[in-house]
Ligand binder design. Structure first.
Ligand SMILES: *[C@@H]1O[C@H](CO)[C@@H](O)[C@H](O)[C@H]1NC(C)=O
Ligand SMILES: *[C@@H]1O[C@H](CO)[C@@H](O)[C@H](O)[C@H]1NC(C)=O
Ligand SMILES: *[C@@H]1O[C@H](CO)[C@@H](O)[C@H](O)[C@H]1NC(C)=O
Ligand SMILES: *[C@@H]1O[C@H](CO)[C@@H](O)[C@H](O)[C@H]1NC(C)=O
Length: 417
């Protein structure tokens, strides 16, 4: 334990102590070394690996808009949009932890969910939670101030989603036809729907991919969580701001994983954390994936998930008995009331998901009053991130999403298998 704390101390205190310009100098140096290598081996690279979400969308041949919305607590969030026609139905897609709106376009034209939905005539909105690359802004707080990072997925649920959903429904003068979330994009939805039912009423259906509420993970990162109490203090001290100095880590991963020499290491890292599915993984996407990951998260979000795992309860942030009493009027944090969620929900899950288990999803199914579809992806190796990145996701997952969404529209009824 002491060793881990010490490693954190040495590693992170140095990172945090290093002024920004030192980090950028090191980055430049690494960039130079890597680019030299690159040219030397004449490795082709995927040009998408240097584009942000809007530029990637334009390159794929779609119109794009960016909108900034403000939350009740002052965060400025960017919504990306592939606008549909005047009669189109709005759909909001919400990414998971350390990710961005780019998650929904990584697979490219004819394969990625955002494009498939646009092709079907939907008005496609891609959200970005506070703290990620596109939403690292606040009306008065700088991201360099640790108060900026004082949030977990709870605040994303009670502030970010209401701000985005209200903006879209006001602009379009109609309810949100479908909310689609992946991983933390589902946890946040269930927080919102249980804490702010009025907002949830503006959503006609929710589709949860790898719904992350109860978490019994197979992933080796679980060995990390029993130490979370010990890690809490170093994490607070040294990641008080952002979990990962994401710009730097991102830069490293992006450039290392772009190399033909090492992509196996990067892919193995993904398999080790999320579940092993080599067959469905497209190695050419690695540079694109690491262009967008990791995109910034608060230490408090990580700690809150660790608490969910440890307590085996989907409940509010645990501040410790004394402070809990002040905030919640009870020594234990209250559970989110899932039985309060009236929105029709579809749950998509996979057998080889190392973050959440099939039992976790079944437990969620029994806790929710209105589940309209329960779907296990028919590929035994399908893992947590295959929902975004697998070669056959459009066939295995998105086809069913489109069918579910069509059933919602009485003007265009199609039978669902
Ligand atoms: C869509 O609505 C806008 C504003 O109401 C209107 O100016 C425009 O002509 C409409 N477009 C179509 C294709 O109907
Ligand atoms: C961070 O922001 C808070 C609230 O605005 C302020 O009280 C505090 O002084 C700021 N801290 C730093 C280091 O700027
Ligand atoms: C962070 O937010 C919580 C709850 O909103 C509050 O109780 C706490 O004092 C805040 N901590 C800091 C350091 O701002
Ligand atoms: C893998 O990704 C590349 C780059 O986006 C793409 O051109 C190729 O068609 C993909 N292969 C498969 C089998 O999906």
């Amino acid at each position: 334990m002491k060793l881990i704390g010490l490693m954190y101390f040495l590693f992170c205190s140095h990172l945090n102590a290093a002024p920004i310009n030192v980090i950028s100098e090191i980055s430049t140096l690494i960039r130079r070394i890597i680019w030299t290598n690159w040219n030397q081996f004449n490795i082709e690279f995927n040009p998408d690996s240097f584009l942000d979400t809007p530029k990637t969308i334009i390159k794929a041949g779609y119109p794009v808009e960016s909108h900034v919305v403000m939350t009740e607590d002052g965060y400025l969030l960017t919504l990306h949009r592939i606008p549909g026609g005047n009669d189109s139905l709005p759909v909001l897609l919400q990414h998971g932890i350390l990710a961005t709106s780019a998650e929904w376009i990584v697979l490219g034209k004819d394969k990625a969910l955002a494009y498939l939905l646009a092709d079907q005539g939907y008005d496609v909105w891609l959200g970005n939670f506070r703290g990620n690359t596109y939403s690292k802004a606040h009306i008065s707080l700088s991201p360099l101030n640790s108060t900026f990072w004082n949030f977990s997925f709870h605040e994303m649920g009670i502030y970010d989603l209401p701000a985005m959903i209200t903006f879209i429904t006001n602009m379009r003068s109609q309810p949100l036809h479908t909310y689609i979330g992946h991983s933390m994009g589902t946890s946040t939805f269930f927080v919102m729907a249980s804490e702010r039912p009025k907002i949830a009423q503006m959503v006609q259906m929710m589709i949860g991919l790898a719904p992350t509420v109860f978490i019994n993970m197979k992933s080796p990162i679980r060995y990390f969580f029993p130490f979370i109490r010990e890690l809490e203090i170093p994490m607070r001290l040294f990641f008080e701001n952002e979990f990962f100095q994401s710009d730097f880590v991102k830069f490293l991963l992006k450039n290392i994983c772009n190399q033909n020499i090492v992509p196996n290491i990067c892919a193995n890292l993904i398999f080790m954390i999320y579940g092993d599915d080599r067959e469905q993984f497209n190695y050419s996407l690695l540079p694109v994936i690491f262009n967008h990951h990791p995109a910034g998260a608060s230490a408090k979000t990580i700690l809150h998930f660790a608490q969910v795992i440890e307590s085996d309860k989907f409940r509010k942030y645990d501040y410790g008995r004394v402070k809990n009493l002040l905030i919640y009027h009870s020594t234990e944090p209250p559970n989110y009331d899932l039985s309060n969620i009236a929105v029709p929900v579809a749950l998509f899950y996979a057998d080889n998901d190392w973050i959440i288990s099939t039992e976790d999803v079944k437990r969620l199914y029994h806790s929710l009053p209105n589940v309209v579809d329960m779907y296990e992806v028919p590929w035994s190796k399908f893992n947590h991130v295959d929902f975004m990145w697998a070669k056959d996701t459009s066939k295995l997952v998105y086809d069913r999403i489109l069918k579910l969404m069509r059933r919602e529209n009485p003007n265009n009824v199609t039978s669902v298998e």
